[in-house]
Each structure stands twice: as C-alpha cells, then as structure tokens.
Design a protein around this ligand. Structure first.
Ligand code: FAD
Length: 391
C-alpha cells in the first residue's frame, strides 16, 4: 500500500496525466485508509471502491439489535447465514500498459536488504505473487485432510501458510471460499473456513474500533502495571528465554518471517503473563518481523492473548509453555529443529531442560537458564491481574 499521504498526491496527478475516466480500487478497513479513501473519492474522477479483501463487509454482519458482534461464535454463525460471497471474477486477459508517465523504478527504491542480507531465510520459504499463492492453495487443498487436528501441531506442516498471500491480496478470501465450497463438504474444510472467519472477525473489530492496535478494548487494562524489563524483552526477541518452545517460535519468526499459530499464542502469552511486558511491545515486534503482519489480525490476536480484547481468554488463564510444548510438539521435533543446541536432550527434558540431571545439562552449556521461574512468573501475573478494577 502507498505511504499515508502519497496516494493522495500521486493518484489525482496520475489520473489527470492519463486522462482517466474512472478510478476503481479495493478497500482497506483500517481507520487511516478509510479516511484516505473518503478524501480520494472527492479528488478522483468516477471514483469507486470495492470489497476485494473480505468475505463479508464489516458492517454486514450484525447482531439482532443491529450492533457489531464482540464474540466470535455468534459472529460466524450470523455470517454463515448471509448469502454466499459472490464468485470471484476472472483476471483480465491483458492490461494496457501506461506510457509517457513519469515514474520511479521499483529497483530505484532499493527495498531489498544487502550488507547484511538478512532475508535469505525469507527467500527460501516464500514465493511472493499470485503464482506462489495459488500454488500454495492448491497444495494445501490436496492435503487438507487432517487439518482440524493437525492445525495445532507446530511439528507438522498442516496449515495453509496462506496468511502473507492473503494479506497482500495475492489470493482472495473469496477465491479460497469457492475453492473449498466446491469440494465435497468436510469437517476439515469447515474448520478452515472458520479460520477465515477469525480473519473476518478481526477486520470487523478493527473497522468498528480503529484504536484496536493501541488501546485495550477492555478499559480496565488502561492502567495495567506492565513491567519495563528491557533485557528480558530483548532475550524474548532473540529466542534466548531458556524456554525451548518460546525460543523455537521466536527463531522461526526471525528466520522465516512466519510462526505457527499455536506457538504465536504461546510466545505472546509468555511475554505478557510470565514476563509482565505490555502486549503492545510484542505486537510491535511481530509487526516488524512477520511477513503476514496485518493490522487487524495482529492487534486483535495480541489483545485476545492479553485478555483485554474481544472474546478474549480471561487474563488468569495462563498457558504453561512446558505443558503446551509437551501436548503440541510431543516428541520435540519442532524445538529440535529451531533450537539445535538442545537437540540431543532426551524427549523427557526437551521442553524443560532445567530439570535434566547435571551430566545431561553439561552438554547444553550454550543454552540459557530460564529467564524466570515459571511458577514465580505465574504468581506475579496473577497478583497484577488482581489489581484490575472489577468489571
Ligand atoms: P491457517 O491455519 O492455514 O489459516 C488460514 C487463514 O485463516 C490464515 O492465513 C489467516 O488469514 C486466517 N487465520 C487463521 N487463524 C487466525 C487468527 N487467529 N486470527 C485471524 N486470522 C486467522 N495472522 C495474520 O495474518 N497476521 C498477523 O499479523 C497475525 N498476528 C498474530 C499475532 C498473535 C499473537 C497471534 C496469536 C496470531 C496472529 N495471527 C496473525 C493469526 C494466525 O496466527 C495466522 O493467521 C496463522 O498462523 C497463519 O498461518 P496459516 O496461513 O498457515 O493459517
């Protein structure tokens, strides 16, 4: 998307230069984009915007009282009762190239990193563009069986990894919807559509609450006693907390620009609850490092984990990263891949190296001791939570 302000200077000039009769675009739903689009509509000839991003418009899915939903399940039930999203239109066979228009070259913007080139892991993992997106969708649909259970397992390749492609519009939610609906209806397909439903839910939250990225929806959290803990925050970003599943996730993020959803919940919960650090700092780090960084999905999910968002897990429900690891990365394959310095630990200790006998621990000297004792971190979180005004 163009920088704020740039669209408003460049587009009217361009429309004039090419003698445009009409200008069409697909809508975004964040506050600044909504405001910008309103202004652009006054400045452009035949301006019209469309919904290319979502299955349903954020204002279409409403409670019986006509208000927006704050809970996912009834939101999705109401959305499913609406007429099906329209079939996607085919892409035009060709587009007329613009000539004689003064323009920067893309390479002139020097967007690709070099010295240091930190993007090698990203290049290996992703094929940006429509071809990459549609190949990934086709491959995912071939293997969709087992998605419902497998989607929680970071040690398996069970999710679609379509999030960056969806974010950049290289595949649309409507294309995915129709690709799934035209297959035999299955439990796995329904579960996958419900995940797209979460995306819709997050976007309608952002549309109705433009301050979602910065202000807790639950106002009781406005003065929550967050800790500064800068050194701990830094270790979290670097995947050096001493808790294997957290470190594995943070390193996967740094290396590939993506992290498995279950692990996103674990690392976010660890930062907020065990380290006591403000969810907005974690949100900002994800924003800088995720290839699928998306204002609606990122802020709604961080608020959800923090317990201050819509339909949020209560603050006192604290994910124990050891139990989560043992449940969802049973043999520790995910951890061993991303935290190779502890790969030789027996399965029994892979999610809690600090419990291993001294002779075994001597072999993993390079791996840090845990930043906080999990029991103490949990108690501290609960004490801070009790300081909230009652609702
Ligand atoms: P799949 O399981 O294949 O799901 C298909 C699609 O459904 C995803 O591509 C995504 O568009 C949507 N989806 C799935 N889960 C969610 C969810 N919980 N909320 C909203 N949409 C969802 N997702 C982003 O796209 N961008 C973000 O910036 C982002 N930040 C997150 C931050 C935190 C703290 C958490 C817990 C989750 C975040 N998510 C974000 C949601 C989710 O983790 C990713 O969408 C998902 O992991 C992407 O992988 P996938 O495409 O393989 O998912």
């Amino acid at each position: 998307m163009l920088r704020r302000g740039a669209a408003e200077t460049v587009l009217p000039k361009l429309a004039k230069a090419v003698d445009a009769e009409a200008v069409f675009w697909n809508r975004c739903y964040e506050g600044t984009a909504v405001e910008r689009d309103k202004r652009l509509k006054d400045d452009l000839p035949g301006a019209e915007s469309f919904n290319g991003m979502l299955l349903f418009e954020p204002w279409e899915v409403k409670t019986g009282a006509g208000t927006p939903f704050k809970v996912f399940t009834p939101f999705w039930r109401a959305a499913r009762a609406l007429p099906e999203p329209g079939r996607p239109l085919p892409a035009p066979k060709s587009l007329k190239r613009l000539t004689g228009v003064e323009s920067d070259t893309l390479s002139g913007w020097k967007l690709l990193p070099h010295k240091p080139d930190w993007a090698g892991g990203l290049r290996a993992e992703w094929m940006p563009g429509e071809d990459g997106a549609h190949e990934r969708l086709a491959a995912f649909l071939r293997g969709i069986k087992g998605y419902r259970e497998g989607r929680d397992r970071p040690d398996r390749d069970a999710t679609s990894r379509l999030s960056p492609h969806l974010h950049f519009g290289e595949v649309s939610a409507r294309q995915i919807w129709h690709a799934i609906r035209h297959r035999e209806s299955t439990d796995d397909g329904e579960k996958f559509l419900a995940e797209l439903g979460w995306r819709e839910f997050c976007h309608q939250l952002l549309f109705h609450h433009p301050t979602l990225p910065t202000k807790p929806l639950d106002e009781r959290f406005a003065k929550f006693p967050w800790r500064d803990a800068d050194a701990a925050f830094k270790r979290w970003t670097k995947g050096r907390t001493g808790v294997p599943i957290v470190d594995a996730g943070m390193r996967q993020l740094w290396h590939t620009g993506w992290m498995h959803n279950r692990v996103r919940m674990i690392v976010a919960s660890y930062l907020i609850k065990y380290l006591g650090i403000d969810w907005r700092r974690g949100e900002a780090w994800f924003w800088d490092t995720l290839v699928d960084a998306d204002l609606a999905n990122n802020s709604a999910n961080w608020q959800w984990v923090a317990g201050c968002g819509a339909d949020a897990a209560p603050f006192f429900r604290i994910f124990n990263p050891v139990l989560q690891g043992e449940k969802f990365d049973k043999k520790g394959d995910y951890v061993r891949h991303w935290v190779p310095e502890i790969a030789k630990l027996p399965d029994k200790y892979i999610h809690k190296p600090w419990e291993a006998p001294d002779d075994i621990r001597a072999a993993i000297k390079d791996y840090p001791e845990p930043l906080v004792d999990l029991q103490e971190g949990r108690e501290r979180a609960l004490t801070a939570f009790r300081s909230l005004p009652s609702s």
